[in-house]
Design a protein around this ligand. Structure first.
Ligand code: FES
Length: 152
């Protein structure tokens, strides 16, 4: 099954005329192809014309620590969470927060995600702990440098 589309929610209001200081997006993207989040709670979150979401890690210090989470709203009402599961550039995971049982948005409780509808439980990286959901939360590919994580 294909991943849900990654389209930033409550945003898409401005086009940037600068490279936004994100080295990972400087290859193959024109500066006009970037839009930046208008959500005041999201700093340094941009989306390229290709649909990838870039997160400036320096502007999101919660992701420096294992267990840190950044929730990013998408245009379809769902959210994607970028989660620090380990140190280093391979220690970031991106998961869609729609429960795989019936689509209700899961809520973080400590080091887990819990569905408020029927109490399915997932690990902080999205793996299934307890049903009624039968599968893990949907994952998105993540690539990262020391300064930027790119989702999608
Ligand atoms: S919708 Fe999440 S457990 Fe049913």
């Amino acid at each position: 099954m294909a991943n849900p589309p990654l389209i930033l929610g409550d945003m898409q209001v401005s086009r940037r005329g600068v490279l936004c200081g994100i080295a990972a997006l400087s290859v193959g993207l024109t500066t006009a192809a970037m839009s930046e989040s208008a959500n005041a709670a999201l700093k340094g979150v941009t989306q390229s014309a290709a649909g990838k979401i870039a997160v400036n890690l320096k502007l999101n210090p919660a992701l420096a620590k294992v267990g840190g989470v950044l929730q990013i709203p998408l245009s379809d009402g769902s959210s994607v969470a970028l989660v620090r599961t380990a140190t280093g550039t391979h220690g970031l995971k991106a998961i869609n927060l729609s429960c795989t049982h019936q689509g209700v948005t899961v809520v973080q409780q400590g080091n887990e995600w819990v569905c408020p509808a029927h109490r399915s439980q997932f690990g902080i990286d999205g793996h299934l702990i307890a049903g009624p959901a039968r599968s893990a939360l949907t994952k998105y590919p993540v690539t990262a440098t020391a300064t930027t994580a790119t989702i999608g």
